[in-house]
Structure formats: structure tokens, C-alpha cells
Design a protein around this ligand. Structure first.
Ligand code: FAQ
Length: 332
């Protein structure tokens, strides 16, 4: 369903043979002047392509990201925890929907974007390929995964592409609630029994390194960073955001009385926490589909997509019926 693209210029009409040096220079001048690019504005085909890639992968991450936490909704320890977790998981679904809508303004249909993910051609965040073994994992996801997401997404509120930047504003507000609910779960566990504190430490041990990988490969090997920085899609590099996240998180772990599983970590003269080498082989393995839960996640999404086919068909049939009725009424 091409809900948002009907009134927009298509890639064929606005990119056709017009990508000359003059237009590209004008486009870059608009970016440099901090102007927002909107769906009907001329844009280089590569800008459209990289944004469609990033926004759709971001959307897939939100949707696949519902699975690890969804696994704990029926097992949350109290009614209050259950209500908050349910609301958080629903928020993630909403984020996926705003992001698909933002990607559609670039001319791709929702169907083709989702199909690319289900076919394994489009990525989603590596972090959602790890299992949630205990209740402390739910606290850790809110604290660290949402914490990392906020660090990455606050600058995206100033991204050069209008629909993406605007979607990020609401997403970030909701993520900050998620981060606090996660931290509060951790605080409760850390102030609880020895077993509860050990459970919190174990979750931190398992999630720390995968969370650092969320920010993407090191700058030296990040293939899209140069162009995305030039186009002000990215305002900070992968390593810069990773460092900001580590610096913000160390005092939070200290307050909880938890130990970050990196004995080599030291604070430099400027106050930055220097962490040890990340195991990029693990990251590559997860991206290649060999993480602990990749197969389960893809199977769950394919099943949900197949089981939801009748809902999409019913919605499309109803939309067609309404459109026919409106045309008939307009003709009266
Ligand atoms: N996982 O050249 P770069 C959330 C890929 S938060 C998988 O550096 P770029 C909230 C990258 O796509 C998580 N793939 O790429 C939530 C590229 O491959 P490609 C989602 C990764 O785009 C919380 C290749 O590696 N957030 O969902 C990862 O300049 C709790 C080379 O990398 C976003 O998507 C990774 N970690 O920078 C939900 C934020 N890192 O596309 C539920 C928006 C890199 O050529 C529960 N995205 N790759 O096949 C971004 O800011 C950027 O895309 C980066 C990567 C920073 C992720």
C-alpha cells in the first residue's frame, strides 16, 4: 500500500537525467545552509537510496525489537511492570510505523520494504539477535539498548531529511521514558536480594558488548559515514556516539553498584572512559545471520506477516470500498 506517496514526485520523474552538477551543488548548498529537504524537493538518487536504506532498517529494528521484550510480557513480576512493558512494546511498534511512513515519502512502498527484510536483504539492528533470559534483561534493554538508541537518535532529530527528523522527535521522547523504566527496574533489582543483584550483573555482562556494537562499525570501516555526514544525515560518527554513550553510562552503572565487564577500562585526562577492543568478529557473525537468535527472529516475523495477510487484505478492500463510495457521493 502506497499510502504516503500518491501525491509525491516519483524517483523516475525527479531524478531522470537531472542529476547534473548544478543541481547537486544547489542541493549541497541547501544542506550546508541547514535547510530541510522535503519529499518533493529534488535530491540526488544516492541521497534517496541511503535514506531509504537507513530509515527502513531503522523501522525493521523497531518491529523486530518488539520480540525480545514481548517474550516477557506474560511473565512480568507485577501488574505495574506488566502495564509499563506492554506500553513500551506498543510504543516500539508505533515507532516502526512512523518510520515506514517516513521511508514511503522517498518513493518506496511499505510492501517492498518489508519484503526486503523478510527476504534477508535489508538489515535490522544486531542487538535484537540476543536472547532475554531473565527479568533483568528487560531492565538492561531499557537502560542500555534504549539508552544507546537515544544517544544515536537525538542527533537524528536534526537530520537533513524533514520527515525522518520530525519522526525522531516523538520517538526520542518515548525512548527516554523507556530508558527510565529500564533503569528503575535495575535500581530495584540492585537494591533487592543478593540473587536479584547477581541477576542484574549477569544481564549487564551479557548485554554490554552487543550494546556497544549497536553504534555500527568503527569509523575507519564505516562505508556510509562520509556521504551521510556530508549530507547531514549523520551529525556524529559511530565512534563519537559510542564514546558519548560509554561516558554517560559508566556513572549510571556505578550508582547501581554494578561492574562493567571490561577490566581494561580507564578514564583519560579529559574524563573519557576508554574501553577495550570490541570483538568485531562477533558483530560480523551476527550481521551474517549467525547470532544467537537471528533464525528465531526471522521465523517469528515471517509467521506474523503470513498470519496478518488477511488483515492487510481486509484493510485494502475496505479502503477501496470507501474510495468508491466517496467518488459516487461526489458525483451526486
Ligand atoms: N546492526 O557504514 P555504516 C531501536 C550496517 S534502536 C546491524 O556505519 P550507517 C530502538 C549498516 O546498516 C536500533 N547492521 O552504516 C529500540 C551498513 O550495512 P548496509 C535501530 C548494522 O548507516 C529499543 C553496514 O553495517 N537504530 O530500534 C549495525 O552509516 C528497544 C556499514 O555500517 C537505528 O537504526 C548494527 N548495529 O551507520 C527498539 C538508528 N551498524 O545498510 C526496540 C538509525 C551498522 O550497507 C526495543 N541508523 N550496520 O547493508 C543509524 O543511525 C545508522 O544506520 C547506523 C549505521 C549508525 C546504525
Amino acid at each position: 500500500m502506497r499510502m504516503y506517496t500518491q501525491a509525491l514526485n516519483t524517483a523516475e520523474t525527479d531524478d531522470r537525467g537531472l542529476e547534473d552538477a548544478g543541481r547537486a551543488a544547489q542541493f549541497q548548498a541547501r544542506i550546508d545552509a541547514e535547510e530541510r529537504i522535503e519529499p518533493n524537493d529534488w535530491m540526488p538518487a544516492a541521497y534517496r537510496k541511503t535514506l531509504t536504506r537507513q530509515i527502513s532498517q531503522h523501522a525493521h529494528s523497531e518491529i523486530v525489537g518488539m520480540l525480545p521484550e514481548g517474550n516477557w510480557i506474560t511473565r512480568a513480576p507485577t501488574l505495574r511492570r506488566k502495564a509499563a512493558l506492554l506500553a513500551k512494546v506498543q510504543d516500539e511498534c508505533g515507532h516502526g510505523l512512523y518510520l515506514y511512513a517516513a521511508a514511503e515519502t522517498l518513493g518506496a512502498s511499505r510492501e517492498e520494504l518489508v519484503d526486503a527484510m523478510l527476504a534477508g536483504k535489508a538489515k535490522y539492528s544486531s542487538i535484537f539477535n540476543y536472547p532475554t533470559l531473565t527479568w533483568a534483561d528487560i531492565g538492561t534493554i531499557g537502560w542500555l539498548v534504549d539508552g544507546a538508541a537515544i544517544m544515536n537518535q537525538i542527533p537524528l532529530c536534526r537530520c537533513s531529511y524533514g520527515p525522518y527528523a520530525r519522526a525522531m522527535i516523538r520517538v526520542c521522547k518515548e525512548e527516554s521514558f523507556h530508558q527510565r523504566q529500564g533503569y528503575e527496574i535495575m535500581l530495584t533489582l540492585c537494591r533487592g536480594s543478593d540473587e536479584q543483584k547477581a541477576m542484574a550483573q549477569d544481564a549487564l555482562n551479557r548485554w554490554w558488548w552487543p550494546v556497544l556494537m549497536m553504534f555500527g562499525p568503527p569509523d575507519a570501516t564505516s562505508q556510509h559515514s562520509d556521504t551521510s555526514t556530508k549530507w547531514k544525515i549523520k551529525r556524529f560518527s559511530n565512534d563519537e556516539l559510542r564514546q558519548k554513550f560509554v561516558d554517560a553510562t559508566v556513572p549510571q552503572a556505578q550508582y547501581l553498584g554494578l561492574t562493567i565487564p571490561d577490566p581494561g577500562m580507564t578514564q583519560d585526562a579529559e574524563g573519557h572512559w576508554r574501553y577495550s577492543e570490541i570483538d568485531w568478529t562477533e558483530f560480523k557473525q551476527v550481521l551474517a545471520g549467525n547470532g544467537p537468535c537471528n533464525r528465531d527472529r526471522m521465523a517469528a516475523r515471517r509467521k506474523a506477516h503470513e498470519e496478518g495477510a488477511w488483515v492487510r487484505e481486509a484493510a485494502a478492500a475496505y479502503a477501496a470500498k470507501r474510495a468508491r463510495r466517496q467518488t459516487a457521493q461526489a458525483a451526486e
